[in-house]
Write a protein that binds this ligand. Structure first.
Ligand code: ADP
Ligand code: MG
Length: 396
């Protein structure tokens, strides 16, 4: 695919060029905002009537992701189409690609959608990952070496935010753990002692040009991203550079076009291992909306439209706090929902509140995020800690 879709240039029929996205979640919403800012019209394919992206796009094609008529409608509307969530069926992307330029390609998305394929790809690309074993049938249970435990069992497909995972302290617990995941094909991973978690977001264009955001330091709670800090306070420069080089290598090996996030673990012995990839903008890159001169969503628009890529510059140190639905239930999950103290939050200097337009808060549901920017990292952290106190979030 090699195209340029210039913003603000009507086509032969006088229509504003339209960029499309498969999926209507918050990532799609922020893509839509970035595309609109650049002068594009936007279209979203999403079955939910009240999705975050569907609510703000010019066109909302409301149908299941695989619906042939809806895919035809989307390709007729759009000059190019991208995806916003990993579990969008790769075959839907393939169907679209026969009619309209699609980035990232279905084949690259398919690698990221399947943990076993992803691990094999890491190994092929020479990027270290955690020791693992495939659990795909009963015979696989008894041949896992004892050195793999304690371990985590992860379903090969459809896992996110720590869902589709079970902890496996010892070999004896493996059959029950696999049963708890409905004996789906799984990857068993050795549980590593993590010193720090980090991620790198790269954007690669049709011409192979590749730029990246600064390295992010991430804190997860219960398998869900809770806090991102940039610059990463506990990631030495050489380790960060190594992570960026790995992410760029992975994108190049995939022939990737679009925004790709690679999550890494830094271990106590100083080594770096790749955890997983996401073929789209990532929660850990949301700070770039407020702290960088080019955000991860701007980069997604540029890669999709074939526009020049420029390296983003971090203009303010930042801390991002994820706002999960739990915040609406300070009196417990059974009590009525209460709106968090947004006025107090917005009184903090450098506070950027992003809410995704979801009406019903549920524990664990990503409702929004809050980015605190400041002139220096110590201030950003201090204000973020004040925000945590106001919201009842633990300190970090
Ligand atoms: P998801 O697709 O749900 O994000 P991940 O594989 O990224 O799944 O796991 C979520 C989190 O669980 C990670 O960010 C990390 O905190 C923890 N985790 C995952 N794998 C391991 C591992 N092998 N060792 C230690 N912690 C892990
Ligand atoms: Mg993850």
């Amino acid at each position: 695919m090699n195209l340029t879709v210039l913003p603000g240039t009507p086509d032969a029929l006088g229509r504003t060029p339209t960029l499309g996205v498969l999926g209507g979640g918050q990532l799609g919403r922020m893509f839509v905002h970035a595309a609109q800012q650049a002068g594009y019209a936007t279209a979203v394919l999403e079955p939910d009537a009240h999705s975050p992206a569907g609510l703000v796009a010019h066109h909302h094609v409301r149908a299941p992701y695989r619906d042939p008529a809806a895919l035809a409608e989307l390709s007729a509307l759009c000059a190019a189409v991208t995806t916003e969530f990993e579990n969008v069926p790769a075959d839907a992307l393939q169907t679209l690609a026969a009619h309209v330029p699609v980035a990232p390609a279905a084949e690259a998305v398919a690698v990221c959608q399947h943990r076993a394929r992803e691990k094999a790809f890491f190994q092929r690309a020479g990027v270290p990952c955690a020791p693992f074993a495939l659990i795909e049938g009963p015979a696989d249970l008894s041949v896992v070496p004892g050195s793999m435990f304690p371990a985590l069992l992860k379903t090969s497909t459809l896992g996110y935010d720590g869902k589709g995972q079970a902890t496996v302290p010892s070999p004896a617990e493996l059959p029950a753990a696999w049963a708890s995941l409905k004996q789906a094909p799984c990857v068993l991973e050795k549980r590593l002692a993590l010193r720090v978690e980090l991620s790198v977001i790269v954007a690669r264009g049709h011409d192979g040009a590749c730029v990246h955001l600064p390295v992010q330091q991430n804190l997860h709670r219960d398998g869900i991203l809770a806090v991102t800090q940039v610059p990463a306070p506990d990631v030495p420069a050489e380790l960060g550079a190594q992570a960026v080089a790995c992410a760029q290598r992975l994108a190049a090996e995939l022939g990737y076009v679009g925004v790709l996030c690679v999550e890494f673990f830094a271990l106590a012995d100083g080594t770096l291992v790749a955890n997983e990839m996401a073929p789209r903008p990532h929660n850990s890159g949301h700070y770039s909306l407020d702290a960088c001169d080019v955000s991860q969503f701007d980069l997604q628009v540029r890669t999709l439209a074939g526009l020049p890529l420029v390296a983003p510059r971090l203009h303010s140190p930042a801390v991002m706090l994820n706002l999960l639905g739990d915040l609406w239930f300070p009196d417990g999950p059974a009590a009525p929902a209460r709106t968090p103290p947004w006025a107090d939050i917005l009184a903090l200097p450098g506070a950027h509140l992003h809410l995704y337009g979801k009406t019903d808060a549920r524990p664990g549901r990503k409702m929004g995020h809050l980015t605190l920017t400041a002139a220096d990292a110590a201030t950003a952290r201090a204000v973020a800690l004040q925000a945590c106190a106001l919201l009842g979030l633990p300190a970090f």
